[in-house]
Write a new protein. Sequence first.
Lengths: 112, 115
Amino acid sequence: DQQVKQNSPSLSVQEGRISILNCDYTNSMFDYFLWYKKYPAEGPTFLISISSIKDKNEDGRFTVFLNKSAKHLSLHIVPSQPGDSAVYFCAATDNAGNMLTFGGGTRLMVKP
Amino acid sequence: DVKVTQSSRYLVKRTGEKVFLECVQDMDHENMFWYRQDPGLGLRLIYFSYDVKMKEKGDIPEGYSVSREKKERFSLILESASTNQTSMYLCASSLPGAGVFYEQYFGPGTRLTVT
């Protein structure tokens, strides 16, 4: 049973608009969350993270929101750019080691 | 600049062959990981290693083994390749610790096809 779920396999957004990617988790022991971005034929690269002691973390055009009571996090990209087109994975970890549990990914397409 | 390299970008093997996938990192990281990526399933952990000669099973270790003889090198071995092991294989490394140290650095991946 997947502990981290990204229920939208794909998302299409117009350039300049906001992209919102969602992620749900079931394990209440998770206390740190990360977003990775993956282009075709490349490995995933780290994008942004958030600790469970925060509810928001911002880095330029990227903001991650965490709702612990709902076990839900989201990644906002504003404004979206064609270069943001990629697969986005959310990942989570508890404090018992350095393993990450990944979601299934969401393919974002930003149309010019 | 951090770097994780994998020995092959594309590999085609026959059913029953023994397959070696090599990963090297130059960041002096203690932790190294092997994942496979399949559509809709995300990245699933096969094995990880937190030190030389140490290894732990991940979520899907069946049909795989690993070797870590040197800190910078982590090998994934498919003892007898099967068609259901056709996948993208990703290696990653990280430092031990919490918070920002959870970030893992990935190699470019090896697309393995077993026929």
